[in-house]
Write a protein that binds this ligand. Structure first.
Ligand code: ADP
Ligand code: TRP
Length: 322
């Protein structure tokens, strides 16, 4: 059972990304055969600055390795280091109906916003399908927003197999993280970089303390009992980063009355800072040793390529290119 997912190199990661996507992916490593890659070709439709792309790509590699992606257990690479993916994009793209791509939400949303579409934006789902199909993937864990892309991938694989032979491409199953709780941001809405309400995983201490101490609460006095303590934003976040009994203790003190919001937020900051302190130290080590990071990605690409070349050959032979 191979699990594969792509990580778009866009901006600074926050704890919503961590608890919603990274931690499950890192935990999945225990069952083996995980393929994770940095989707730098995909970033070309949104980022057009070369230095920014390099910086974002390296940043994602550092963040994931620091948070526990183990490149000895999983295969971790940069998408563009396995250029076979672009050839498979052509093979499957030649069977992909325009109508299917015209119905893609990502394309429709961008054109509705007045962004003038280019080939890359239109073909994005085909490249994503190639990412998945190139590695005989069985399971693809993604957020809800990617569900349609997974359905397209399945349609494309089935079409290819109908044309060129039943067992040419593995038809993958999506694993949509419906049951994963949505982590709230500093303002109580879903934490998202587009809402500017994030707590970064690797932020600067002073700025992060200020952000957390700045969470707006209601105007009840500290002494007042708070029967709704379980819905308090700081309590919800504390549950993620503090040991269970500590979070429960703060919750019952808040419920009983006598705990001030300032003390609660201070505890939240401290537990958050501690929770990521090992990852922070690992990241600093990696930053001091960028050659090692580059070597890790190259080694991952070699292992990914060993699989990709077999699957691409199968597709080339089946379709009469070879
Ligand atoms: P953002 O909303 O900040 O742009 P992305 O859309 O890039 O985040 O999400 C990357 C991954 O992180 C996805 O798998 C998504 O489901 C997950 N994720 C993002 N925000 C949250 C959140 N607030 N709670 C849980 N998971 C999240
Ligand atoms: N499009 C995905 C996103 O924006 C990233 C991605 C690219 C991906 N290729 C993939 C995810 C293949 C899963 C499988 O999040």
């Amino acid at each position: 059972m191979r699990t594969l997912t792509g990580i778009t190199p866009s901006g600074t990661l926050h704890i919503g990304n961590y608890f919603g996507a990274m931690r499950p992916a890192i935990e999945a490593q225990a069952s083996g055969d995980c393929f994770y890659f940095i989707a730098n070709y995909h970033s070309m439709t949104s980022v057009t600055d070369a230095a920014e792309r390099r910086k974002n790509t390296l940043g994602i590699a550092l963040d994931w390795l620091a948070c526990g992606l183990d490149p000895k257990v999983s295969v971790f690479w940069r998408q563009s280091d396995v250029p076979e993916v672009t050839e498979l994009t052509w093979l499957i793209g030649s069977l992909t109906p325009m109508g299917l791509l015209e119905r893609a939400h990502s394309y429709k949303d961008k054109t509705a916003k007045g962004i003038s579409p280019n080939f890359g934006l239109f073909a994005y789902p085909v490249l994503m399908a190639a990412d998945i199909l190139l590695y005989d993937t069985h399971r693809v864990p993604v957020g809800k927003d990617q569900k349609q892309h997974l359905e397209m991938t399945r349609d494309i694989a089935i079409k290819f197999n109908e044309a060129y032979g039943e067992n040419t491409l593995v038809v993958p199953e999506p694993v949509i993280g419906e049951e994963i709780a949505i982590i709230p941001g500093l303002d109580g809405q879903k934490m998202s970089k587009s809402y500017g309400n994030t707590i970064e995983i690797f932020g600067e201490e002073k700025a992060l303390r200020k952000k957390i101490m700045g969470i707006v609460m209601d105007s009840r006095t500290p002494a007042e009992p708070k029967p709704d303590a379980d819905r308090n934003l700081a309590i919800q976040l504390l549950r993620l980063v503090a040991p269970k009994d500590v979070a429960l203790d703060f919750e019952s003190r808040l419920r009983a009355g006598g705990l001030g919001y300032g003390d609660l937020k201070k505890a939240l900051f401290e537990h958050y800072w501690d929770y990521f302190s090992a990852a922070r130290a690992r990241r600093a080590e990696l930053v001091a040793n960028l050659d090692h990071v580059e070597a890790v990605l190259r080694d991952g690409a070699q292992r990914a390529r060993a699989v990709a070349s077999v699957v691409l050959r199968r597709a080339r032979l089946a379709s009469g290119i070879e």
